[in-house]
Design a protein around this ligand. Sequence first.
Ligand code: ZN
Ligand code: ZN
Length: 219
Amino acid sequence: MQITSDIFLVGGPRESDPGDAAVYLIVSDGNAALVDAGTGQGTKRILKNIRNAGADPRAIAYLFLTHCHYDHTGGANGIRSETGCRIVAHELDAEFLEMGDSEVTAAAWYRASMEPTKVDVKVSGREAVFRVGSKDINFYHAPGHSPGSAVLTARSDGKLVLFGQDVHGPLNESLRSERKDYEKSLEFMLSLEPDILCEGHFGVYAGKDRVRKFIESFL
Ligand SMILES: [Zn+2]
Ligand SMILES: [Zn+2]
C-alpha cells in the first residue's frame, strides 16, 4: 500500500503475517529504510512487498526499531541478513533485544522467544538524525510504552509523516511501561503537528485534525 510518493506499508497482519505489527518502507534517491520488522514469520512477504514497491531490498541502509516488542522486532535479524542493513534502536530498549529478553519484549505473549538481536546503532539521549538518500529521518526518544520507545519523522510530498508505532500503548508492568513518560511522549507527538500518522496496529491517519484527535484520545 502506497501512503505517499515515497512511503509504503510493506508489512502487517494483512500484508505479511497475522502477528506482525506494521512495517513501513521509506525510499529516497535509490536508498531506503524500514520502520520495524514484524515477528519474522512474514519476512519473505515483506521482502516481496519491498520489491513490488519498486525498491531493492539491498538498498535498505537502516532498519529503525521503534521499540523492543516482538511483533515489531522478531524479524530484525532475518531482514538484516537478507539486506545488509544496520539495525537502529534506542539504547534503553536495545539491551532487551541484545539479551533476547522474552518477557520485556513481550515475545512470551506470542508464545515465542526473542532471538538475541545485536543493535548496530544505539541512539542515546533524546534525538538523532539519519540521512537516507536526500531525506532526513528524525529519531526521537518517546518513552512510556517501553523505556526505549521511539518515534520517527520524515517529510514526504511536503507533509510531515510521523511513525508512532505504539501510540495507543498498552501500558503494562511486565513491559516496564511508565504512564507519566507515556503522557509526555503523547504531548511531544502533538507538538510536532504531523500531517500523517503511521501507526503500528491502527493503520494510517491522514490530516492534521484526524492525527491530533487520535493521539489526544489516549491522553
Ligand atoms: Zn509495543
Ligand atoms: Zn505493537
